[in-house]
Ligand binder design. Structure first.
Ligand SMILES: C[S@@+](CC[C@H](N)C(=O)[O-])C[C@H]1O[C@@H](n2cnc3c(N)ncnc32)[C@H](O)[C@@H]1O
Length: 342
């Protein structure tokens, strides 16, 4: 999935540098030793957790959006279940198209012809109406739970592939773009449920609350760097995830009302410092913060706060910005790994 702030292209850089420091600081005594507990506190699409699989015994992923939580479920889904769910989900969509008229959903009224083509909007409605029907929800309560989770996960990925926006969902395009014209089809997404020597745990909490109850060996943090709120920028995927359509959309972009949106303190200049220092006071041997030199917390403040709490290491790299920022003056930022060893 094309995700704002994704660490896909930086994952091996984060992994290699983190492991080097873990070994240099003797938190790991040899190259074959695994990290007992690795926590990815702002996991998003799970790129960093994925990179750490071969080097960890237990990986805890957390993200406060409901769509990322659904998307991260693929870490516990086996390839067999993914394949079965793909066939089942595509059949449900096909049968629904033949039998049904799904133009009556509010999701159709609000978003068809805007965020998706009319046909693709119908497909989203057909599968989600099934998943949230008594029969569909029955799957969630049974041995077939992984099939439900896999269908939801593939639906999110498939919907995102045919969305009609320039990048994220902050606005839709006036004219349907070529990639949005393509048919929505469920395709298998990479899944890790067949890996038996790593335990994956997926959480859906606000980091500020969760951090108080966590402890472990390595805490990796990739929080928002700026004022753009993730939940709002991905509101359509969050609605497809919750399938709670009991609201009146607001404004031109038809966002759910404020009270339904989750806002992160990490995206408010006046609140971020408190969240940051709280996370540094958590019970981890090593804390790794991904950030950049244009983030809401100035680099000097990060350095100062980390140095007060233990040994500090800074690793930097020039990095091209996310495409939606292409009109801004600087196209290269310094991507940073701030590491604190206690
Ligand atoms: C920079 S992105 C992480 C990207 C991720 N490393 C990846 O490669 O996909 C930041 C993530 O933090 C999440 N987030 C923001 N504030 C949060 C909070 N207070 N608690 C938990 N998650 C939060 C957002 O939903 C978003 O997915």
């Amino acid at each position: 999935m094309n995700y704002m702030g994704s660490k896909k292209r930086l994952a091996s850089w984060v992994l290699d540098n983190s492991r080097e420091v873990l070994l240099a600081e003797k938190i790991l005594t040899d190259v074959n030793e695994k990290i007992p507990t690795f926590v990815d506190l702002f996991a998003g699409t799970g790129q960093i957790s994925q990179a750490f699989i071969p080097f960890s015994e237990k990986i805890i992923m957390n993200d406060f959006q409901n769509f990322t939580y659904d998307y991260l479920q693929r870490f516990n889904i086996t390839e067999t279940d993914m394949t079965t769910a793909r066939i089942m989900g595509n059949e449900i969509i096909l049968n629904g198209i033949i039998q049904d008229n799904k133009e009556e959903s509010p999701f159709y009224d609000w978003y068809a012809g805007k965020y998706f083509t009319n046909d693709n909007t119908k497909k989203i409605i057909i599968l989600n109406d099934f998943l949230h029907s008594p029969t569909g929800l029955g799957l969630l309560e049974s041995k077939s739970k992984p099939l439900w989770l896999a269908m939801k996960c593939m639906l999110l990925e498939a919907a995102d592939k045919v969305q009609n926006c320039s990048s994220n969902y902050s606005a839709y395009l006036k004219k349907i773009k070529p990639s949005a014209e393509k048919d929505l089809v469920l395709r298998e997404v990479p899944c890790y449920g067949d890996i038996n020597n790593v335990e994956f745990s997926i959480l859906n909490k606000d980091s500020d609350l969760l951090i108080e109850n966590l402890k472990g060996d390595v805490l990796y943090m990739d929080p928002p760097y700026n004022a753009r709120q993730y939940w709002t920028n991905y509101h359509i995927l969050n609605t497809i995830s919750s399938w709670d359509l009991n609201f009146q959309p607001e404004g031109k972009t038809m966002l759910p009302p404020m009270k339904l949106r989750k806002n992160s303190d990490w995206s408010y200049a006046r609140k971020v410092f408190r969240s940051f220092t709280k996370s540094l006071d958590s019970k981890f041997k090593m804390t790794i913060l991904s950030y950049n030199d244009e983030g809401l917390i100035p680099t000097e403040i990060i350095m100062q706060e980390m140095k007060q709490r233990g040994k500090y290491v800074l690793i930097e790299k020039d990095y091209n910005k996310f495409k939606s920022n292409k009109n801004v003056e600087r196209s290269v930022v310094k991507e940073q790994l701030h590491i604190l060893i206690k």
